[in-house]
Design a protein around this ligand. Structure first.
Ligand code: BGC
Length: 250
């Protein structure tokens, strides 16, 4: 049997990355293509780069390969509803339609953290986990995926919970640690406050921590004291690509 292959494209604050994915094993096939996110990340500018990435990967993909694209905002029925860390002109833009037109065929648009969560649940750190898994991506913002018994509940925006009068991601995302030059200990105090609040509201069975900083999980996860087990993501920065491809192939 030949492998089922789909294209996953992950739109982030600094780069837009794409790669072919074997959707049965969740393995990224070969090197990814990465192009810098345009300074003004409007729908038109981003769509042009998404098309360029698909072009560069065309000879590594079957002609009719499904395509999944992620975006760092709420996606309802193909329409982008929020834009915390991308150009505000995305709000209410028909993103799925815009990308489908740029690519010349139908694609699936999904929230970035939801894609990463699906990848971790199907192929990564939360594989086979029953009950409620909460994936949190710590990056520019805080992304959340809620997965119950393997099923995604999309568009959970708990990164924006108000804690101590602040939008939580402005204090506890990885970008806040860098911006404020926080030690691991001081940042971990903020994470402790954040994760404790989330576990008190939703009583998850497992937290999975993704985002680039999860590579350094040993610096901050041991400093947290929670009732919920908390573990680093397994797929790290390939999770968005793998999850988007996997969802597109469903
Ligand atoms: C956005 C989410 C996104 C997360 C990670 C947040 O600011 O509201 O939709 O998943 O950042 O990029």
């Amino acid at each position: 049997m030949t492998a089922r292959v789909a294209l996953g494209i992950d739109i982030g604050g600094s780069g837009i990355k794409g790669a072919p994915v074997d959707v049965d094993s969740g393995v990224q096939l070969g090197e990814r293509v990465k192009i810098a996110t345009p300074a003004k990340s409007t729908p038109e500018a981003v769509a042009a780069i998404v098309d360029q990435i698909a072009d560069q990967l065309a000879d590594r993909l079957p002609k009719d390969a499904p395509i999944g694209v992620t975006i760092p905002g709420v996606v309802q029925h193909g329409v982008v509803r929020t834009a915390a860390n991308i150009d505000k002109s995305w709000i209410d833009a028909p993103g799925q339609e815009i990308f489908s037109q740029a690519l010349g065929r139908r694609c699936l648009l999904v929230n970035d953290a939801d894609a990463a969560g699906v990848a971790e649940a199907r192929f990564g750190a939360a594989q086979g986990q029953r009950g409620l898994v909460i994936l949190t991506t710590l990056g520019t913002g805080i992304g959340i995926a809620l997965i119950h018994n393997g099923v995604l509940i999309p568009n959970a925006e708990l990164g924006h919970l108000e804690i101590d009068g602040h939008d939580a991601e402005t204090r506890a995302a990885a970008s806040a640690r860098e911006r404020e030059g926080l030690s691991w200990e001081r940042w971990a105090k903020r994470l402790q406050r954040y994760y404790r609040h989330v576990e008190d509201l939703l009583w998850p069975d497992l937290f999975v921590v993704g985002g680039g900083v999860s590579r350094k999980a040993d610096k901050f996860l041991p400093l947290l004291s929670l009732r919920t087990p908390i573990i680093p993501a397994a797929l790290q920065n390939a999770a968005g690509i793998i999850g988007a491809a996997s969802l597109a192939a469903d």
